[in-house]
Design a protein around this ligand. Sequence first.
Ligand code: MG
Ligand code: MG
Length: 258
Amino acid sequence: MIYLKTSEEIELLRESNMLVGKTLGELAKVIAPGVTTLQLDKLADEFIRDNGGVPGFLGYGGFPNSVCISVNEQVVHGIPSNYALEEGDVVSIDCGVYKNKYHGDSCYTFAVGEIDPEVQRLLDVTKESLYKGIEQAVEGKRIGDIGYAVQEHAESAGYTVVRELVGHGVGRDLHEDPQVPNYGRRGHGPKLKSGMVIAIEPMINLGKRNVVQLADGWTICTRDNKPSAHFEHTIAVGKGDADILSSFKFVEEVLKNK
Ligand code: MG
Ligand code: MG
């Protein structure tokens, strides 16, 4: 069941997603070698609560922390720990906020200090593939058009697309219908309509596309242990243009001056 949102609901979703964007911006300020992922989690938890929200992931399906932090070969759902970030790592931070009964969901993958140019290119292409998908998120297109655009961009750069995890509808529930795969066929899948709010979230691997789950029951890693990147926006499908409800502007302002 796909719930179409009213314009009032979309404004509430924007507020939740804007707080996700601001939280990622706060984390961007402190990401550096030596910082533990648990420190980042604590900072995010405090910032979200100080701004009237609740961490959307804490307790979701039993997830033990407030944000998912996945380093290097970890694709998604990494559990914050005492691991201290090292120069050359890439760290993806997936953040959720629940506020006014609506969810926000967005993810950004950060470089820690200087990283291998090959890995920087993976980050760049993954972010570009997200925006290629967003370009397709307009009324009259189909879910398969989004997946096709993401896949086409990532694979033509030589990378692979994770299939086991997908984007999703966002609303009163964190994960709603429809599923939004990062691969697909043009003209296939559910038709996009104004009022649909979805998270588009390419997970793109430097090596092979296969993933495994760690014994902690959460962390998804690449099977070949090569790096993976993950960028996510929550968007509202529009008539001529998608309306991006989350934001990277807070992150990118910090990174510009770092
Ligand atoms: Mg997410
Ligand atoms: Mg998501």
